[in-house]
Ligand binder design. Sequence first.
Ligand code: IVH
Length: 676
Amino acid sequence: MMQKFGDKKSIETRVKKLRSEIQRLREAYHIQNDPSVTDDVYDSLTKELKILLEKYPELKDINAPEERVAGKALEKFEKFTHKKRMLSLNDVFGEEELYEWEKRIKKLLPANEKVEYFCEVKFDGLAVSLIYENGIFKRGATRGDGFVGEDITENLKMIHSIPLTLKGKNIPKYLEVRGEALISKKTLENLNKKNKKEGKTLFANTRNVAAGSLRQLDANLVKERKLDFFAYDIALVSEEKVFSKHSEKHHFLAEVGFLVDKNEAFCKTSEEVMSFVKKFEKKRNAFFYGTDGIVISVDSIRLQEVLGVVGKAPRYMCAYKYPAEKATTIVEDIKVNVGRTGVLTPLAFFKPTLVAGSTVSKATLHNMDQIEKLDIKIGDTVVIEKAGDVIPKVVQVLKDMRSGKEKKFLMPIKCPVCNSGVEKREMSSENASVAYYCTNQKCSAKNQRYMEHFVSVFGIYELGPKILHRFRDEGLISGPADIFLLKKEDIETLERFGEKSAVNIVREIEEKKKISLARFIWSLGILHVGEETARDLALHFKTIDKLIQAEKEELERIENVGGEVAKSIFNFFEDKTNIEFVKKLEKNGVVVLKEKNTLEKGKLSGMTFVLTGTLAKMTRPIAKEKILALGGKVAGSVSKATSYVVSGEEAGSKLDKAEKLGVKILTEEEFLKMID
Ligand code: IVH
């Protein structure tokens, strides 16, 4: 009997030890991104635990990590397509920019509209979307790219301030709540104290903890970390519930059981907004949670709809960002980084210092012009500035601190990575007058950076920078196109890559082979073509072949594509190797999905409108935007090809011409009905 009891005790201890070690490895892998954790160690420990628990089921614990995720630790979250895009906000820095924002929106609204602004705190956490059906929490997701996020429902259930059931009567059938998940400053402090004691890495800020905890698969960790959720918006609601103001949404959210911050203000002018901004700034340091500004909205939903969205952000909202925090430090060295286009960028390395809640040890100096303008030397004491999540920058050199031993930085004449020649090119952009490029097409740094960009656009998360590097060193791949030919057998034979990781990598590549045209264009790494421009190009050209064949003039005519960008796209496809690259990707299995053309399917597609006179409910630019969004066209003058003339007050000669040509004329009322 005694013997048996002793055995049991040691088994219990073993189970406990296994659990905590597995937990530690999980955290290291997912949160601290520590690559030294190998799958093999993790796998064999999990296997041992599983065998023990099968033999001694009484030691099972439903709250233990292995129960929650059932050995799925390295599998990723499911995709979650947002019914309504998760937008971001345009920032305004300082009083002037706020007044300009107000001026811009006033210009777009009819002169007689009275605008009221609603101000609230901007939390520094992770944006999350929650879905409630008949008052029950069903699913929740991260923002992702705004269109598709990750389903993190199980983790979100661990946050106490997310109600699982909504309070009160008259709960809408469907409700989609947006808000911010985060931890308090105090919790971060305690967490870091504990981590320090245990010799673990410290978290730089509250946002990192929120993101790190929600984007890993152990729901218990979310509970342990004491995350909170503040609700600030309702993205969608079933028809029986109508909101006419943004502030009504806030108050409704509080009523049904969400945590909604009470620091709010209704303002009639941007001067009043400024006084709230200043009032909260005084409280900000003592505030329980990390905040980086104030969100200002046009309160009326009707006016919000009139103002609409441009690019990724609504026009009716903005984020007033509190001034950056500054700190001084010493430039210990300036090194050169080689980017994916081959451009050499100087990077300053500092004596690590704390700015705006996180440790800063390096910052880009952008280009030689910037170095010369600020007159930065190695050894200088500099002022660095950082606002919220904005990348730190050097804003000033304290020249009085110089000892005379400071060293001037010179751009290398050889590429620091491949030792090939460096070429100086004149730039026509306003950022710099010259830039330095590595002349070697095959420079490994260029390729490495480009591959990192490529896999991140394709969403192949299994292939992190270190793995890409390793695969290249091992000769498995020489460029991005080779990724699609990787086989499990190629990978599993490499040291530190068991069968499991090989399977995961190959599976993810297979899953991500299909890509939208917009992302495909973005993945090509064309200079000046980011996510938004790629989307505009995809909407315009609809196939990659049409884009390849486009003339410079056609490119220039596309909205948001200026001369510089058009030139860069044109030059890119002038280079035969780039066309070959596109073909090779397709040959190796990449499938470019047909662009879903929302514009073509719009209810005004095929119609051309001419606007004349003064409209009462909206300004002409807004009316134009609505027509375009529904697939219609807007012309400046009336012809036989015009489908409708929309006539406002005091319409002039265009109306006469329409009558003469027999073109149908719409009053503003009729037009509004048509676009409703
Ligand atoms: S309103 C239109 N209200 O800030 C999308 N956003 O910088 C904005 N954020 O993506 C929604 N506090 O994650 C709103 N009180 C607040 C907020 C807030 C923090 C975040 C949100 C958004 C980001 C934009």
